[in-house]
Design a protein around this ligand. Structure first.
Ligand code: ZN
Length: 262
């Protein structure tokens, strides 16, 4: 399995990254996990426009799903004719949400995407074994554990503090965990994690590596990293668009991408 961070900006796109989107590849199968604002553009640097085999959406907040509307346009109006439907997994209501983005109605969207409702449990998408469970966010939101060939990845999606996330991440090789907030006394509960809370979840789950994501552009990246350090003692880094994570690769250091110092 190889994971490419397409977008890791939290809640809206930043100057260096689209909003949430991850490309998971194994055995030639390409799964796009979340499809936030701006993701379709950067995705094309890493996969052909029509090489996506399935899509999975953690929840229906705009920064996790709206570029699926743009992708519908690309599949509907392909120069060689409309492309066949591909599976899209998401919370109940996903088809209506995506139809609302395009203005051409639900039937048009259903012609290009075969929607499947997520529910807590374990299932397969292509070569991936996926366990989904509800995490702690104001709308129905799924966190995931994805396994392939012995490698285990957990993805928090958007969540406040969550025992379900710890269960999903138990013993995982890598936790891709949101860290939207910095330590402040007035952070809204049951919405997002601070970097420190993300690190605490990683420690409780005993994961092998922690990558912080859903990084809000107005937060200082170095402070985000500093607040996580100390609450998790394994390899720790911040995500950036274009980051590739794969089993066997040495744990990446805490570096910041060259263009992301602002
Ligand atoms: Zn959200």
């Amino acid at each position: 399995m190889r994971v490419t961070v397409i977008g890791c900006a939290g809640s809206f796109p930043g100057p260096d990254s689209p909003a949430s989107c991850y490309l998971l590849e194994a055995e030639g199968f390409r799964l796009v996990m979340d499809f936030g604002n701006g993701a379709l553009g950067v995705l094309q640097r890493f996969a052909g426009l029509y090489d996506v085999d399935a899509i999975c959406l953690s929840h229906l907040h705009a920064d996790h799903c709206v570029d699926l509307g743009a992708y519908w346009v690309a599949r509907q109006y392909a120069p060689t004719g409309p492309r066949p439907p591909i599976p899209v997994y998401g919370p109940p209501g996903t088809a209506g949400r995506i139809a609302g983005l395009g203005g051409e109605g639900t039937e048009a969207v259903l012609a290009r995407f075969a929607f499947g409702d997520l529910a807590p449990g374990t299932f397969e998408i292509g070569p991936f074994r996926i366990t989904a469970d509800h995490v702690n966010h104001p709308v129905e939101t799924f966190g995931f554990r994805l396994e392939h060939d012995g490698w285990r990845l957990a993805y928090s999606a958007d969540t406040g503090e969550s025992d379900a996330l710890v269960r999903l991440a138990e013993g995982a090789d890598l936790l891709l965990c949101e860290a939207s907030f910095l330590d402040r006394p007035d952070n809204r509960p049951n919405l997002h994690l601070t970097a420190r809370q993300a690190a605490q979840h990683a420690s409780r789950a005993g994961v092998g590596q922690l990558v912080l994501t859903h990084l809000v552009p107005w937060n200082d990246r170095e402070r985000t990293l500093a607040e996580a350090t100390g609450a998790y003692h394994g390899p720790l880094m911040l995500a950036h668009s274009g980051l590739v994570l794969a089993p066997g690769a040495p744990p990446a250091g805490p570096g910041t991408p060259p263009s992301a110092g602002r």
